[in-house]
Design a protein around this ligand. Sequence first.
Ligand code: HEC
Ligand code: HEC
Ligand code: HEC
Ligand code: HEC
Ligand code: HEC
Ligand code: HEC
Ligand code: HEC
Length: 490
Amino acid sequence: MNVTLCSALAFSSSLLANDCRPCHAAIADAFAKTGMGRSITERPSALPSKFYHRLSNRHYTIADGKMRRHQIGAGGTEINVIEKTIDVAIGSGNHSITYASRTPTGLLLELPVSWYSQENAYFMSPGYDRPDHLDMRREVVDSCLFCHSDSEKPAAITCRRCHGDATAHLAKPGPGNIYNPKQSSEVCFQCHLETESMGVVDSMRKPGRDVFSYKPGEPLADYKLYFDRSDPPAGRFEVNHTAYRLMQSACYQKSNGKLGCVTCHDPHSARAREACGSCHQSEHTRAKVTGCAGCHMAKRKAQDAIHIRMTDHWIQREPKFADPVKESHEPYSGTLIPFYTKADQLSLAIANTRVPTAASASLYEEYLERAPNDVPTLIALGKTLIRLDRDRDAEARLRKALSLAPKDTAARLALAVSIGKQGNVAGALKEMKDAVAAAPDDSYSWLNLGFTHRELKQFSEAAAAFREAIRLQPDLAVARMALASLPAGK
Ligand code: HEC
Ligand code: HEC
Ligand code: HEC
Ligand code: HEC
Ligand code: HEC
Ligand code: HEC
Ligand code: HEC
């Protein structure tokens, strides 16, 4: 058979399931057909199309495995053109597909236009239907891959995400030496429990826990803490709300832990089974027999992705709801409280930190005593210290963050700022150039590179950097103002 290198790579994820197929063929085949078994595709074929987004006044063209963006300038010419290859598809397309592009430096960038199966059309990706969206600049973060991918390296979900390490089992195939999650829904919660997808800190990993360090069978609370608004709107419904909404149901709350995901779903085919009758026997249920979910579990539009309809797992007598007509981007400024897991005071205080203050800096410092190598906290502290003009301390924290996570764009940019603010403009210039080289799609890195050149009176380099920032992010007003402020003729 003539197998190319690309397709060998594309199928590498199913090799993991192939370890199991010789003995568990029916399970492996059923799982391969689920959305989970197809959650990531390398080199997907995206349907060609054109799409105009009015709010941001940008044109998108999807063709030949690429997504291209342009605007129309004076005289009808194309300006601010960006083109990215479509390298990875996130989502099976059961509901939708969000595409990502791999940069030469190995970052994955989310693309701004997604495919929506129920509408049979492209629209903006969730969160992007606004004038100042992130366009082609948003990194696909590890937490996104934790739920959608088998590992850091994007690949479809396999057996090990629910059964854990299979080394002992493969050495001596038989019962008792591999995790069987029959008693617990927490293997499902690791990905299906989310209180809110945008705008709040909905969860926090425990100190020292890497993203992919969760082991099926261990208590989820040892891995992460969950938070929710203290006053969640009753009707709020999101794409990934299965566990969150199920937990609000009388069926869940009043059945002493007997109702789990596997009560109603075969975990390998993912299909729902008629399970209501195991708890409900009445005149009413005997008359209906099937179709219970059709009346008691509504299919409704998700508020964080308004082109997707999902099953509401809050089982209700008569579900009442209003479908959202547009995306809402209102940030939440109220208090967060623990949800599902018990949070300690310090973690809760950090989750509730919104603005950089001296008080929040000491919270981060206290947290780092527990977890000296916690990268998100090191970066948050570094940025806070910059705001407090404690630039030398900020530099130390950010250098440490970068020694642990050398690819972190935000940390590199903040480091450059902290150095520049200490008066070492030449040192800052070197870091800014590194920041731009590491993440050439980040408009703020170019903006700050421009400021640094301007400081050094290198006006033509400054102008070039500001222009690149504007090409990447046409709505970046501060870059336009900076460009206009340069001495004439540059
Ligand atoms: C050489 C044959 C063989 C291979 C390969 C194999 N298994 Fe098994 N597995 C068995 C046998 C035999 C049992 C015990 C009987 C049963 O439950 O089907 C078993 C049982 C299991 C159980 C139930 C364990 C329990 O104690 O309840 C799980 C889960 C499991 N296998 C998962 C896997 C996974 C995941 C893989 C691939 C990484 C795999 N198996 C590969 C033969 C195999
Ligand atoms: C590693 C993360 C992860 C785990 C663990 C996980 N899921 Fe999923 N699940 C997903 C994602 C992501 C999707 C959406 C996949 C897609 O269609 O692209 C999904 C989809 C589903 C679906 C929709 C149908 C389908 O064909 O996929 C069902 C049902 C489901 N999961 C049930 C479960 C149950 C039950 C468990 C626990 C036994 C579980 N999941 C564990 C991530 C996970
Ligand atoms: C906490 C886990 C989690 C995170 C984080 C997460 N997702 Fe999801 N996502 C899910 C689950 C689970 C589903 C399936 C929901 C369902 O079918 O009820 C889903 C559904 C989707 C779908 C629709 C798939 C389909 O066809 O059913 C897309 C596309 C998607 N997510 C993209 C993303 C992207 C891109 C990110 C990161 C920016 C992200 N998600 C972050 C868990 C997550
Ligand atoms: C989404 C989570 C999930 C994934 C992925 C998953 N399993 Fe399972 N598996 C379960 C759960 C939950 C059970 C317990 C089912 C029960 O008790 O009803 C189980 C049970 C089993 C069993 C015990 C026998 C049985 O049929 O109940 C075997 C064998 C097994 N899984 C093999 C596999 C293999 C092989 C793969 C990969 C092809 C796989 N599983 C992928 C969740 C998963
Ligand atoms: C594990 C057992 C269990 C299963 C399975 C189960 N339920 Fe329930 N359900 C309960 C319990 C317990 C209550 C609370 C009864 C009470 O308040 O007296 C309940 C309550 C309800 C209510 C009333 C809700 C309310 O808020 O007043 C409805 C409707 C309902 N269930 C429908 C369903 C449907 C439909 C299914 C299947 C999709 C289902 N249940 C599956 C245990 C279960
Ligand atoms: C055609 C729509 C419809 C179907 C199908 C349906 N129900 Fe209902 N069900 C209702 C309505 C409406 C109520 C509220 C009645 C009330 O509160 O007076 C209700 C009430 C209930 C209740 C709470 C009151 C009670 O009788 O205990 C339960 C539990 C319930 N349904 C379970 C089920 C189950 C299980 C099935 C499937 C076997 C099912 N229903 C099928 C419409 C439906
Ligand atoms: C009381 C039964 C019941 C329980 C418990 C249950 N589900 Fe479901 N689930 C359903 C039904 C019914 C559907 C709709 C199936 C369909 O339309 O084919 C569904 C659909 C889904 C879907 C597909 C979303 C969509 O709208 O297409 C996912 C994902 C899912 N369930 C995950 C889970 C997870 C994870 C859990 C545990 C947190 C869970 N379910 C618990 C009954 C249940």
